[in-house]
Design a protein around this ligand. Sequence first.
Ligand SMILES: CC(C)(COP(=O)(O)OP(=O)(O)OC[C@H]1O[C@@H](n2cnc3c(N)ncnc32)[C@H](O)[C@@H]1OP(=O)(O)O)[C@@H](O)C(=O)NCCC(=O)NCCS
Length: 147
Amino acid sequence: MSAVIRDLSDDDLEAAFRLDQACFEPAIAYDRSELRWLMDRPGALGVAVEDGGGLVAFAIAERRGRMGHLITIDIAASARRRGLGRRLFTEVSRRLREAGADEIRLEVDVRNRGAIRFYESLGFETTRTIKSYYGRGLDGYEMVRGI
Ligand SMILES: CC(C)(COP(=O)(O)OP(=O)(O)OC[C@H]1O[C@@H](n2cnc3c(N)ncnc32)[C@H](O)[C@@H]1OP(=O)(O)O)[C@@H](O)C(=O)NCCC(=O)NCCS
């Protein structure tokens, strides 16, 4: 079955929460209320990927003026390295551009080599290291790309 891209809705909260818990270690994963807040706040842009009737990937971004911010992108382990992340990012990027952004910023755990390579493959460049971004001793890289 081919993957379908659609808006992320409130009904996806539980599945998105479970996927996020599976994608990230506890110090980095969102809890339910954080995820709900990120999905619902003004300017939020959520995109879901469904395959075989279930949520296999989602991304949340937001726009502030001309800056888009990719908050998270989560692909189920069973669906990785098939181009889904790139497809999902392309859709988020298109929506951010339509909403008026001309740049995308994100933060990524400095230890998350796979995600860093993924973002580099999409043309992101590391602009700085943010000390303890994910909590004490857990640094993040800020990465930026034009849209
Ligand atoms: C990072 C992530 C989003 C990539 O999604 P994906 O669907 O597997 O990525 P794609 O298949 O679209 O990969 C596109 C390109 O990115 C690069 N890439 C992706 N994952 C990679 C990895 N683990 N190691 C090295 N390069 C990688 C490759 O260049 C890849 O092209 P190729 O497969 O032809 O070599 C996914 O692994 C994921 O959800 N990880 C857990 C959550 C996470 O870390 N999210 C990002 C941090 S906010």
